[in-house]
Structures are given as structure tokens and as C-alpha cells.
Design a protein. Structure first.
Length: 310
């Protein structure tokens, strides 16, 4: 069983408009409301790939209940921890080929809730072999909270994939409790190193030799349509992917994480793990819905991936 952790989930609302009129009333009948957040994208993709998965995180109020109902309706196992404040909405307005987003920062998590979640998380540990942390930390959550959770996993020898960014990722890398794997894109890698890393292979390899990455077994640097650069222990691989018909690449990083988790939990080889992760990323980019793959197209893409040790 893979446990996905989404501390700041959302109900994602998407409104389609022919035209967005500023400072006026905009009406639409084209509305979709889904359970969102990076960790829930990972969860859905794992479920679609037939990998056993359970989702956790904080849930509050009606919107928290909506997320649970959505997951239950899809028969996705979940065990969210209740909080006092309301789970957030994230709104995307699709208009004239543009996507205008309004992202709520989300609920404030109290000290009691933080401690309560740790106990809840520890109980869930009994039935899982791999943990995935995705996304940002809601207000009230200390920046080293992921590290505290990783410490529990490391103590139980349960590997962790951490896909976060900014201060949460920087803090994670500064602590002694390292995740087993991380998946920064090039922007996130540049942000944590404090300089712009280009797609030049030597430059990316040098960037990953920084001491802050010591102790992390896997680093997937995802490069969108250009595939990825992967560091596994002291080996580096450039992953070249075929050209595909891209529909919506948002969430491809989350699908990549799901691919890694799925292959890793099935004891696949290093090359198979790398190929599966990239294939899942591509499969997501080929679908309209964020965090969604058509597993029937897996084989066709998988065999076109070329991996070069660099
Ligand atoms: P997000 O934050 O939206 O989840 P990301 O920036 O973390 O995405 P990307 O680097 O965009 O992640 O994509 C992850 C993987 O998905 C890539 O390594 C690649 O395998 C696949 N992918 C993404 N975009 C494309 C694309 N336009 N064409 C082909 N494959 C893609």
C-alpha cells in the first residue's frame, strides 16, 4: 500500500467562459468541481494504474467532506484527519485560451491538530510500504513538519518520496532526516540552489552534486517535453521521451511521482522505475483532466523511451 499525504488539499473549481469581463458579472453553466491538490493527483493516477493507495491529509468542513465523498465515490481509500477550519477552494477560469487562477491559501492548522495528525499518521504507517508527500504546507504548519514526518518513516524504514518546493523543500534538505527520493523540476532546482540551472547535462549533474542532496537516493529532475535527468546513487541518466500529442501537461510532475511510486513498490529495476515515471508523466499530459492517465496507452509510450547513462 502506498500512502499519499496532501496537507493542503482543495476543491478545484473550473469555470469555462467565452470571455472574461473584468468588473462585470460573468455567468457560466460550464462548471466542474473536483478533489484537488498535488497529492490527490498522485493518488488518482496510482488508482488508475491499479496500485494500492490510501490518501491522507487535513480535511475541514463541507469542502473537506466533499473531498472525502469524491474519493469514496471513486472507491479510492482515504483517511483524512479532521480540522476546525474549512478546506480551501482553488478556482480556475478558462477564457479565450487563457487560464486565470485564484488560489486560496487554505485553513490554519492549530498546534493540537498538528500533534493529532502525527498520531494519525503513525497509525497509518502500520499498513504502508511507501509514503509520498506532495505540495505546500498550510498556514500554522511549521516548515520542518515534513521532516518530522520523514523521521517517523525513516525510523520504520519506510521510504519517502517528497515532492514539494520553496521553503518546505529547502528546510527538508537541511535536516538530517532525508527523503528517499525527490522530484524537482528545473525551476524548483534553481530556486533551492539560489542560481539558474540550465538544461545543460553537465550543469545539471554538477548541481545535483551539491552537499544538500547527500543521502537522497533518487533525484528526478523533470524537464517537461524534454524528459528528465535522473540521479540514482552515483549514477546519472538522461531520459529522452518521444513527441506526444499534449492536451494538458498540468499535473504531469504528480503523475511522474505516481509512476515512480508504482514501479518502486512493485520492485522494478532502476531502468524500469525511470521509464515508468516518465511514461506516467506523458500519459497525464495527453489527458484533459489534471492528475489522470489512460493506462491502456502505457506500453506504446514506454517502449519509445531512451535512457542514456551520462
Ligand atoms: P506539474 O507541476 O504540473 O505537476 P512539473 O513541472 O513538476 O509539472 P514536468 O517537468 O512538466 O513536471 O513534467 C513531468 C514529466 O511529464 C516529464 O518528465 C515528461 O515525462 C512528462 N511531460 C510533461 N510535459 C510534457 C510534454 N509537453 N510533452 C511530453 N511529456 C511531457
Amino acid at each position: 500500500m502506498i500512502l499519499t499525504v496532501t496537507l493542503n488539499p482543495s476543491v478545484d473549481i473550473s469555470y469555462k467562459l467565452n470571455q472574461l469581463e473584468i468588473d462585470n458579472v460573468n455567468r457560466t453553466s460550464s462548471v466542474s468541481k473536483t478533489a484537488g491538490g498535488k497529492g490527490l493527483n498522485v493518488t488518482r493516477v496510482l488508482f488508475q494504474a491499479n496500485s494500492p493507495v490510501i490518501a491522507t491529509g487535513f480535511k475541514g468542513g463541507y469542502l473537506g467532506a466533499f473531498i472525502e465523498d469524491e474519493l469514496n465515490a471513486s472507491q479510492i481509500k482515504n483517511s483524512f484527519y479532521p480540522i476546525k477550519e474549512e478546506t480551501r477552494n482553488c478556482i480556475a477560469v478558462l477564457h479565450e485560451g487563457n487560464q486565470t487562477e485564484i488560489l486560496e491559501s487554505g485553513p490554519y492548522i492549530s498546534t493540537d491538530e498538528l500533534q493529532g495528525f502525527i498520531k494519525h499518521f503513525e497509525k497509518l504507517m502500520d499498513e504502508v510500504q511507501l509514503v509520498v508527500f506532495s505540495g505546500s504546507l498550510p498556514a500554522g504548519v511549521p516548515v520542518n513538519y515534513y521532516s518530522d514526518l520523514i523521521k517517523i518513516c525513516n525510523h520504520k524504514s519506510i521510504p519517502v518520496i517528497a515532492d514539494t518546493s520553496g521553503i518546505a523543500l529547502t528546510t527538508l534538505l537541511e535536516q538530517s532526516n532525508k527523503p528517499y527520493a525527490i522530484k524537482p523540476n528545473l525551476d524548483e532546482l534553481s530556486q533551492i540552489l539560489g542560481y539558474t540551472v540550465s538544461e545543460d547535462i553537465t550543469e545539471m549533474k554538477n548541481a545535483l552534486k551539491h552537499e544538500m542532496f547527500n543521502g537522497i537516493q533518487w533525484i528526478f529532475v523533470s524537464l517537461g517535453a524534454n524528459g528528465s535527468l535522473v540521479k540514482h546513487d552515483d549514477e546519472y541518466y538522461k531520459v529522452n521521451i518521444p513527441k506526444i500529442g499534449v492536451v494538458n501537461p498540468v499535473g504531469s510532475g504528480d503523475a511522474t511521482v505516481a509512476g515512480f511510486a508504482s514501479a518502486y513498490s512493485k520492485d522494478k529495476s532502476v531502468i524500469e522505475i525511470i521509464k515508468t515515471a516518465n511514461t506516467f508523466g506523458m500519459l497525464n499530459a495527453m489527458e484533459q483532466q489534471t492528475g489522470c492517465i489512460n493506462i491502456d496507452k502505457f506500453e506504446g509510450l514506454y517502449k519509445q523511451i531512451k535512457i542514456i547513462e551520462v
